[in-house]
Design a protein around this ligand. Structure first.
Ligand code: ADP
Ligand code: ADP
Length: 228
């Protein structure tokens, strides 16, 4: 689904966050595991077209037999992508319903009736229907992350990228969130970046391990974790 070739990025401070990353990401839930500082967020931001790489290529299957050059044809990627960044911000004094409506309009859902159907459906899917009129500032970490997923799913993306979504969640909220991701992963390709081994082993049929800007290995969790 995504083919990454010799992708490198060095920041202005000299840190080489991506060091010749070559990786094929198949359809389905894909786990990107690595400690803090491994380069996961740098890779996720690059795939989400929010950061330039110094060199390398990324191509994304367009679903019609062709492929999109991710680093060049950003608009085409953005139309098919949902992205939940690490530490994404919400407006604390806005209700979940109003903010999701707002983003739905920005995504081009201009027809009011159709938009309501989409927004209501997403709020139900992420289990925030009962909380939809509450301000986001009063949401727990898990509720916020679930709101973030609803936002990422607006516009029917073919690929959803979630960066460290379970960091800081208590075990119950974490399980709830992972169950939601698994449901989503049945229909949409999901890349899950995390430093928590169990997030990947519980959920992802395929994975890669990154450290110090490099991909150390890829494969099935049972093989990859065993090889460490
Ligand atoms: P991870 O998501 O795995 O924690 P990051 O991609 O955030 O890894 O970081 C990889 C390395 O790049 C780290 O050493 C980090 O400090 C550095 N880094 C990340 N973003 C920037 C930036 N904007 N400017 C300079 N260095 C950065
Ligand atoms: P009212 O009592 O004036 O109808 P609500 O509290 O029901 O107001 O709704 C507040 C806001 O949420 C309004 O802007 C309304 O358009 C919107 N809204 C209400 N219900 C829905 C819904 N099912 N789907 C999407 N937006 C809704």
């Amino acid at each position: 689904m995504l083919s990454i070739r010799e992708l490198s990025k060095t920041y202005a401070n000299g840190v080489r966050a991506l060091d010749n990353v070559t990786l094929d990401i198949p359809r389905g839930m894909f786990g990107l595991l690595g400690p803090n500082g491994a380069g996961k967020s740098s890779l996720m931001r690059t795939l989400a077209t929010l950061q330039e790489a110094d060199s390398g290529t990324v191509s994304f299957e367009d679903g019609k037999g062709g492929s999109i050059d991710v680093l060049r044809d950003k608009d085409a990627v953005r139309r098919q992508l949902g992205y939940l960044p690490q530490d994404f911000g919400v407006y604390p004094k806005v209700s979940a319903l109003d903010l999701l409506e707002h983003f739905a309009v920005l995504k081009g859902l201009v027809d009011r009736k159709q938009r309501r159907e989409v927004v209501d459906g997403l709020l139900q899917q992420v289990n925030l229907w009962d909380a939809r009129k509450r301000h986001l500032g009063g949401f727990s970490g898990g509720m916020r992350q679930r709101f973030g997923i609803a936002q990422a799913l607006l516009g029917n993306p073919r690929l959803v990228i979630v960066d460290e979504p379970t960091a800081g969640l208590d075990p119950e909220e974490r399980n709830r969130f992972l169950n939601l991701l698994a449901e989503i992963g049945e229909n949409v390709a999901v890349i899950l970046s995390t430093h928590i081994v169990e997030d990947v082993t519980d959920l992802c049929p395929n994975m890669a391990i990154m450290n110090k800007g490099k991909v150390l290995l890829t494969g099935k969790p049972a093989d990859a974790i065993g090889a460490l």
